[in-house]
Design a protein around this ligand. Sequence first.
Ligand SMILES: NC(=O)c1ccc[n+]([C@@H]2O[C@H](COP(=O)([O-])OP(=O)(O)OC[C@H]3O[C@@H](n4cnc5c(N)ncnc54)[C@H](OP(=O)(O)O)[C@@H]3O)[C@@H](O)[C@H]2O)c1
Length: 252
Amino acid sequence: MIKKQLLILGGTTEAYALAEALALRTNLRVITSLAGRTAQPRIPAGEWRSGGFGGVAGLTSYLREQRIDAVIDATHPFAATMTWNAVESCRAAAVPLLRLERSAWIAAPEDRWELVTDWAAARAALIASEAQRVLLAVGRQELAPFTELHDIWLLIRVVTAPDSKLHFPSAQMLLARGPFDLANERELFTAHAIDTIVCKNSGGDATAAKLQVARERHLRVIMRQRPSRPVQQLATTVEESIDWLNRQLLLY
Ligand SMILES: NC(=O)c1ccc[n+]([C@@H]2O[C@H](COP(=O)([O-])OP(=O)(O)OC[C@H]3O[C@@H](n4cnc5c(N)ncnc54)[C@H](OP(=O)(O)O)[C@@H]3O)[C@@H](O)[C@H]2O)c1
């Protein structure tokens, strides 16, 4: 049987779930691509590769050489470069593309969210606010804009330790990987007397409990909005993505 070939652009919970759901199909070869940022990544079901493709030209060549029949871009909502590259490459190689992106979090009327478009604006908002004790949950690679804050204490939550050259005069590092549940988040906020959160609108359940605690305690949230993305075919769940794939490749 000739197998159809699917490339999943991964690095997210949804990408792992999609690969898991499709890997045992006999009529499909599933390859997940990881950016290669993590030394010991979680291994996806099916085949996988790691590292950048080399921009639009590199990804276009990869699609042609590997005879990819469809691409599902399930990268993180903030991985904008990869998403734009996927659109251009799939157009150039005439390969159907679906964007799988979890829905963004939406503020409730009682929430105190301040929306910003970049980290420089988040830092400025933090300094302008009365924040004293902050949960900084922006990701290991995006901490640099928050160095040298002398009058604000930071609880920096990251999966793996950041670059040791970054200087945080008043901070504690907390190495932890989600999901984070509500009871533990409540305890954490109490233990550290957190009054403000700085985070990005990742969406999903795994890291949403902190926003619930902020809602309950009427805390300020400085929320980075998602980057703009191309107009394209969009799914918000793994199930929708599988339906699209079945229709696209006539896999029944
Ligand atoms: N940004 C976040 O907040 C975040 C959070 C959780 C997980 N992630 C995951 O971490 C990875 C990197 O995120 P990012 O924000 O640095 O991405 P990005 O800014 O959109 O991508 C930068 C470059 O990294 C390479 N790349 C990104 N995702 C790739 C993938 N799945 N497979 C192969 N190459 C990839 C591409 O290099 P070439 O141009 O050389 O092809 C891309 O141009 C993504 O896979 C994303 O799903 C990101």
